[in-house]
Design a protein around this ligand. Structure first.
Ligand SMILES: C[S@@+](CC[C@H](N)C(=O)[O-])C[C@H]1O[C@@H](n2cnc3c(N)ncnc32)[C@H](O)[C@@H]1O
Ligand SMILES: [Mg+2]
Length: 221
């Protein structure tokens, strides 16, 4: 097995089931145009998140890490008309690009981007009584993932689905001697998840057009 077959099969699945319309294609294009990193989720991962949002009848979604709004669009499309998605983004340039993409997708009414450090905004959301959210997607900077999860729990109810992206990092999480901050963040998160009695959780390994990685899924008890 090599990555070529995983990429080809990912395209095969995408052609059948992960169709991207003009708004999603434009969101990906906007990354290059604005000189932003190509680190969005893949189309099939977007469809996966959309299905998860539909499965939990999400009316209220929270996302950490907007980038250009690509994952935001996939998830917001699962919302009913009166549903809401709040997405947190540290970089004002990313937030501005995402705002345009969200408007182009016709989702400006449902999606609100909050600009700033997630660890500053999460306590504000909690103080405002913004939750509980039905689904929370964690995909911002990796070192504080375990702290993001603690805030996600505070903003949850029994049955909330918490998803965390990039927790396998090409298998580097196996390396106890790793000094990569993102790997260490994922290791700390995964260990915490394994010991967390407030949730029922697992991690799915993922292959495809992106580098080998994984998503953690946790349901709050
Ligand atoms: C992997 S990208 C998000 C990709 C997006 N979820 C998608 O799949 O389309 C991570 C984003 O988190 C943002 N970010 C980094 N540190 C952050 C922080 N402390 N608080 C909020 N956002 C942060 C980055 O600027 C970047 O836009
Ligand atoms: Mg990611």
């Amino acid at each position: 097995m090599n990555n070529e077959i995983f990429e080809s099969v990912d395209h095969y699945i995408g052609n059948l089931l992960g169709h991207e319309d003009e708004a999603l294609i434009a969101a990906t294009r906007s990354l290059k145009e604005a000189g932003m990193p190509a680190i969005s989720i893949s189309p099939n991962q977007g469809k996966f998140l959309q299905i998860l949002a539909l499965l939990c009848n999400a009316k209220n979604i929270l996302e950490l890490g907007t980038l250009a709004g690509y994952s935001t669009i996939w998830m917001a499309r699962a919302l009913p008309k009166d549903g809401r998605l709040i997405t947190l983004e540290y970089d004002p340039k990313h937030a501005a690009v995402a705002q345009k993409n969200i408007e182009r997708a016709g989702l400006a009414e449902q999606v609100q981007i909050k600009t700033g450090r997630a660890l500053d905004i999460l306590p504000q959301l909690h103080a405002e009584g913004a939750g509980p959210f039905d689904m929370i997607f964690i995909d911002a900077d990796k070192p504080p993932y375990a702290d993001y999860f603690e805030w996600a729990l505070k903003l949850s109810r029994s049955g909330t689905l918490i998803v965390a992206d990039n927790v396998i990092r090409e298998g580097k999480v196996l390396d106890e001697n790793s000094t990569e901050a993102a790997v260490n963040g994922a290791q700390r998160f995964n260990k915490m998840l394994g010991a967390n009695t407030a949730v029922t959780a697992t991690i799915l390994q993922m292959v495809g057009v992106k580098e080998y990685d994984g998503m953690a899924l946790a349901i709050v008890k």
